[in-house]
Each structure stands twice: as structure tokens, then as C-alpha cells.
Design a protein around this ligand. Structure first.
Ligand SMILES: [Zn+2]
Ligand SMILES: [Zn+2]
Length: 204
């Protein structure tokens, strides 16, 4: 195992992003270290770099659309092993005990963590996260395709899944950007008549 790995950091609000060698620290109990293969770029990362969000203290390493392979597990981690293919998204862990957590609404936990804000994020060769932040990536899914599922894709997917659309219904997606292009694909794959509406010709 190498002694350190490269991490991208921003050292002041809205400051430039630059690479830094970071020491590899063994994960604490209940946490795992993931060797990062792919990491997406989300608009919310700009907020992390500008310190407009919660829990931001500098320096920060943004990045919350992460796909990689578990490199090391801390004590008391069950159900995950070195070599497992995993994703980490905006949801970076929760308390597991509060009323929100007990009803499965983990994203509204008052102790909910966010990669890049609560701890160093995924614009790095390694990210260390609570094991409950992990999602397993199926064998057939490429890690580069899987990374944006952690934020952009789950946002678009849940918007469609929870919209109460009838079978055979019509879905119109306004704006074909980072989320919209995923929404179009989800809506079509779910069998809806899908209409994509883009402004301007640059994304035809
Ligand atoms: Zn995001
Ligand atoms: Zn909770």
C-alpha cells in the first residue's frame, strides 16, 4: 500500500483547486477507505469550494459522485469487503438511530454527512467514508457510468419515481443538462412517452 495519494484541495473560499499529497490514514471503526476510480463534478461542488454550504472548513476536497473499489475496512464493518465495487454520493452517512433514520428517510437525518463538507470528498485517489454511505455497484455497470448515480442520477430518478406518473404516461423533461439527460434516459427506460425540451442548439 502506498504511504500517500494525491488529493485535490481548495485552501480558501473560491480559491483555485490544486493537487496535494495526502497521507493514507487507516479507516476508523465503521468506516472504509475506497480507492477512487471515477469522480463526477456537480454544481454543488462549487458551493463546497465557496464555503456556502454546511460544515465547510478549509482546506476542502470536493467530490460527492464517487465510484471505486474498497481498499481497506475499519473494525466493525459488516457486509463489505476489500475489492467490492462501490459508489458514494451526496448522502455520506447518517446516525442510524433518529426518527428519520428509523423510517428510512436517512437524507433528512440531523447528523447526515456530506462528502466534501463533513469529511474530504472524492476528488482524490482515496476517500474514507462511513460504511452506511456505500452503495454497491452491479457487475455489469461501468464505474465511470456509475459515479454520477450518487447525486445527479439519483436526483433525476427519484423525481420521476415519486411523481405518481401512470403507466404509459407522458414525461416532459425541461433542460437537457447534467440531470436532464439522465432524466430522459430513466423516463424512457421506465416505459413512459418521453419528451425532451432543450433551449438552444448546443445540446442537440
Ligand atoms: Zn451533487
Ligand atoms: Zn439519523
Amino acid at each position: 500500500m502506498p504511504d500517500n495519494a494525491m488529493t485535490m484541495v481548495v485552501t480558501e473560499p473560491r480559491g483555485p483547486l490544486h493537487p496535494e499529497a495526502a497521507g493514507i490514514v487507516a479507516p476508523q471503526a465503521g468506516w472504509v477507505r475506497v480507492s477512487v476510480v471515477a469522480s463526477g463534478v456537480c454544481n454543488a461542488d462549487i458551493g463546497t469550494a465557496a464555503a456556502t454550504g454546511e460544515n465547510t472548513a478549509f482546506p476542502v476536497t470536493p467530490g460527492h459522485e464517487v465510484a471505486g473499489v474498497i481498499a481497506e475496512t475499519g473494525d466493525d464493518v459488516e457486509g463489505w469487503a476489500v475489492g467490492d465495487r462501490v459508489a458514494v454520493g451526496w448522502f455520506g452517512g447518517s446516525c442510524g438511530r433518529c426518527p428519520h433514520c428509523r423510517t428510512g428517510d436517512v437524507v433528512h437525518c440531523a447528523e447526515r454527512k456530506i462528502p466534501g463538507r463533513s469529511y474530504p470528498g472524492g476528488w482524490a485517489q482515496n476517500i474514507t467514508v462511513p460504511a452506511d454511505a456505500l452503495a454497491r455497484i452491479p457487475d455489469g455497470l461501468d464505474l465511470f457510468d456509475a459515479a454520477p448515480f450518487g447525486c445527479a442520477a439519483v436526483t433525476a430518478f427519484n423525481a420521476i419515481r415519486k411523481a405518481g406518473i401512470r403507466a404509459g404516461g407522458r414525461v416532459a423533461v425541461f433542460g437537457i443538462g447534467g440531470l436532464g439527460h439522465l432524466a430522459v434516459q430513466f423516463a424512457a427506460a421506465l416505459g413512459y412517452e418521453t419528451v425532451a425540451i432543450a433551449r438552444g442548439g448546443d445540446r442537440e
